[in-house]
Design a protein around this ligand. Structure first.
Ligand code: ACO
Length: 382
């Protein structure tokens, strides 16, 4: 038998070179296409973000205008996609399942650029443009509301909120959402990004890679944590309940959602960016008491995690402040992970382009630990 030991969970295994993002888990630094996340997320429009990740440089004004136009005109989802969403809404499936099912229909009607148009990444633009439309349409269908058609005059983030609510959001709301989707746009070789790269490495197509990535993101150990994190804050209710509640959960051996990370052993820098965005938002138009309670829950949780898991360095991750910010923006918790996907899909696609250029099948090995040389036993003799 081989002497090689498998690396459980692939911790520390380097499986790709990338220019999209870099995660420094010990330093607590996230670099996205050369920018520190704190520098980039609150300043970039999402259109600039997409351009940056796919071209490895910021667009000039004319390029940005053309790129934004190309993205905005692709927002309408095919009728067949709406039909799938209706069926999903009738069955009240979770939003991430609806997104996965609807995303796979996008390969039925990919836009072919006209000869006068020179649009690289046209299929990827379709996917990015239509993710928010899918999520908003699903939510309205599930609530028995009429669909709101996308508006080309709004930017990506503002239009998403508009399609969800039917109202054009104020500048601060749109900016807060934009900061959020920027901050989660890419994050090294996380599980969903790796999934996308594995799929595209077989020379499969972009829609297949994105559908697989949505499936990976759905799980509570990856993108599915913000709703439970918010539920926890609501269940705690008041500052004096925080310690007994969290202590009891840790005594039962439960994991506190929104804390801990495979890579970060200090506070997730995205949590810091989103904490600033949440503070600005809650101080001007949100429920200030909820914000204060969340801060108290955070500090209590970090203290108790050090007590119960000494040396593990379990700190606040991105999901805790995601929950607080998205809730403040009026998004239902059922849509938190799907909204994460609205941002992250851009990173998945950027990695797909890198992997396609590399053109090398990802194919690791396993260590066989089963029996050998078994003898076949006929069915009537087992
Ligand atoms: N609450 C309580 N204990 C925890 C937590 C937590 N949030 N996270 C880790 N631990 C414990 C583990 O139980 C383990 O304890 P043990 O050594 O006594 O068995 C120890 O800390 C080390 O944990 P690992 O499982 O090795 O950490 P891993 O790197 O595999 O897990 C993960 C990272 C999955 C994020 C984990 O911290 C977790 O489950 N957190 C809660 C869910 C969450 O917030 N997910 C969102 C992650 S961010 C993102 O993906 C976008």
């Amino acid at each position: 038998m081989s002497e090689t030991k498998p690396q459980s969970g692939l911790d520390g295994v380097v499986a790709a070179e990338t220019r999209v993002s870099d995660v420094d888990g010990l330093g607590g630094k996230l670099t996205i296409a050369g920018f520190a996340v704190e520098e980039f997320a609150p300043n970039a429009t999402f259109e600039e973000t997409v351009y940056l990740l796919w071209n490895d440089r910021l667009p000039e004004a004319a390029e940005l205008a053309e790129f934004s136009r190309a993205l905005a005109e692709r927002r309408t989802i095919p009728e067949i996609t709406v039909e799938v969403l209706k069926a999903a809404a009738d069955r009240r499936v979770p939003a991430m399942d609806a997104l996965r099912m609807a995303a796979s229909t996008l390969s039925l009607e990919t836009s072919v650029p006209s000869e006068s148009e020179d649009i690289p990444h046209a299929e990827a633009l379709d996917i990015v443009a239509q993710f928010p439309t899918i999520v908003a349409a699903y939510w309205r269908l599930r609530n028995g509301e009429k669909l709101v058609a996308p508006r080309r005059d709004l930017n990506h983030a503002a239009n998403f909120l508009y399609m969800l609510t039917g109202e054009v959001p104020g500048a601060q709301r749109a900016r807060s959402l934009e900061t959020y989707i920027n901050s989660v746009v890419d994050h090294g070789l996380n599980a969903s990004t790796f999934t996308a790269r594995v799929i595209i490495s077989t020379q499969s197509d972009l829609v297949s890679a994105i559908v697989g990535a949505v499936g990976a993101l759905k799980g509570p150990l990856h993108g599915g944590a913000p709703a439970p994190a918010l539920d926890m804050v609501f269940a705690i209710g008041t500052e004096e309940h925080a310690e007994p509640y969290l202590r009891a959960a840790l005594e039962r051996g439960e994991r506190l959602m929104g804390f801990g990370h495979r890579i970060y052993k200090v506070r997730d820098p995205r949590a810091s960016v989103l904490a600033v965005a949440a503070e600005q938002f809650y101080l001007s138009e949100g429920d200030r008491k909820l914000y204060d309670l969340a801060l108290h829950v955070e500090s209590t949780a970090v203290r108790l995690l050090e007590e119960y898991k000494p040396g593990r360095r379990l700190q606040t991750n991105v999901e805790f402040y995601t929950a607080l910010l998205l809730h403040g923006l009026g998004l239902p918790s059922d849509l938190f992970t799907a909204t994460f996907a609205v941002g992250r899909v851009v990173g998945w696609l950027a990695h797909c382009f890198e992997q396609k250029n590399l053109n090398r099948l990802i194919r690791p090995q396993s260590v066989y630990v089963g029996d050998r040389d078994r003898k076949w036993i006929a069915l009537d003799q087992r």
